[in-house]
Ligand binder design. Structure first.
Ligand code: NDP
Ligand code: PYC
Length: 339
């Protein structure tokens, strides 16, 4: 049986933040990174938890992200578009800086967008979409990645795993949130299979010659496949257009050209859209929040579960009992802190 240690969430946060501070990140970068990584562990999202620390540190060491960057907010007064330049730092502090202005603008105008440029982004999107729903707004978040996914019918990786998240605020309960890679699985999942010596499920990837493979090494050298065939392929392409080209930032192939490797965290931009359900539904019959509850009840009543319910259950458990880490994970944290 694997030996585990239970750490309170605050204690895990202090350890992760200390690792980043020791590696030379300033307080704004270290704090935001530690928050998102610890949230991943707390919510049992291992592919974007402490496993990501080493990749972030490698990216700092390679000089591809600025550890002392201070994001700058461009209020763009009167416009529905708020911008934050991450200054070559991580996306997370830039997001934290921009989200209050995004929310204020969406409440005023009914809809607003936050554009983040020049950032390194390695995290899950649900913490960001939840920051939008916490403001009582519906949200959409998307970003490119690096070219590791072949468009359906193609044999070359041209799209990223391009994550896409949506959130709808709910009164007195957790929001409706989904957040997924537009590839069959996040690249982090392939890496976790490789580390565990496990084969991939069929249909996840092709090798460097374009043949289907279940070998994680061959998949990492070849290409992943989009989810839902041509449908995921089109959504992945839309993300390249909206959260790459439209915001004047890099597309996934350009990110890979710039980095020259997939072992570092990708550098690109991000698009966050916030919407006020009250503003959209104004003048129409029914309260949008009450109507949404009827839909959610019907979905659950039909025997399905809402997305993020597994995550919210894990969060509740972690908040009550702490986060469970294996001996290898504790060793990893100790080693990184001693470095
Ligand atoms: P998953 O396939 O694990 O989950 C996708 C979503 O579907 C989750 O919201 C999940 O909720 C929900 N879900 C899963 N099973 C069911 C079910 N049976 N019924 C209803 N809902 C369900 O996600 P991925 O592996 O595709 O992505 C994992 C993470 O990787 C994401 O957070 C994403 O943002 C991140 N990522 C980040 C990238 C980046 O460049 N920054 C790139 C690619 C991915 P629940 O969690 O409750 O199971
Ligand atoms: O899991 O696919 C992924 C990923 C890429 C960049 C950050 N996460």
């Amino acid at each position: 049986m694997t030996q585990t240690t239970i750490l309170p969430i605050d204690a895990l946060f202090s350890r992760v933040e200390a690792i980043f501070l020791k590696a030379g990140l300033n307080a704004v970068q270290a704090g935001a990174l530690a928050r998102v990584i610890v949230a991943g562990e707390r919510d049992a999202c291992k592919s974007h938890g402490i496993y990501r620390i080493e990749g972030a540190l490698r990216t700092v060491k390679a000089g591809k992200v600025k550890p002392d960057a201070v994001p700058v907010l461009d209020r763009n007064e009167g416009s529905a578009i708020v911008k934050v330049n991450a200054g070559g730092g991580f996306a997370n502090p830039a997001f934290e800086l921009g989200v209050p202005e995004l929310a204020a603008r969406a409440r005023k105008l009914g809809i607003a967008a936050l554009v983040i440029n020049d950032c390194t982004h390695f995290s899950a999107l649900w913490p960001e979409v939840e920051a939008v729903t916490n403001e009582g707004l519906a949200g959409l978040v998307m970003c490119p990645s690096y070219a590791t996914v072949a468009p359906t019918g193609g044999n070359k990786p041209l799209l990223g795993t391009n994550p896409f998240a949506f959130g709808w605020p709910r009164k007195d309960t957790s929001p409706y949130v989904f957040d997924f890679a537009t590839s069959v699985a996040a690249r982090g999942e392939i890496e976790l299979h490789r580390r565990a010596g496990k084969q991939l499920p069929e249909g996840w990837a092709i090798d460097a010659d374009g043949n289907p493979t279940t070998d994680p090494e061959a998949a990492l050298a070849g290409a992943m496949l989009p989810f839902g065939g041509h449908k995921g392929s089109a959504i992945g392409t839309m993300i390249e257009l909206l959260a790459g080209i439209m915001i004047g930032d890099l597309t996934s192939p350009e990110v890979l050209d710039y980095l020259g490797t997939t072992t570092l965290a990708p550098f690109h931009g991000e698009l966050i859209i916030a919407m006020s359900p009250e503003a959209f539904a104004k003048g129409r019959p029914g309260d949008p929040f009450a109507r949404a509850e009827v839909l959610f009840e019907a979905i659950v009543g039909a025997g399905a579960r809402l997305p993020s319910q597994r995550r919210f259950a894990a969060r509740k458990k972690s908040e009550a009992e702490g986060v469970s880490l294996t001996a290898a994970e504790i060793e990893q944290l100790d080693r990184l802190l001693d470095k």
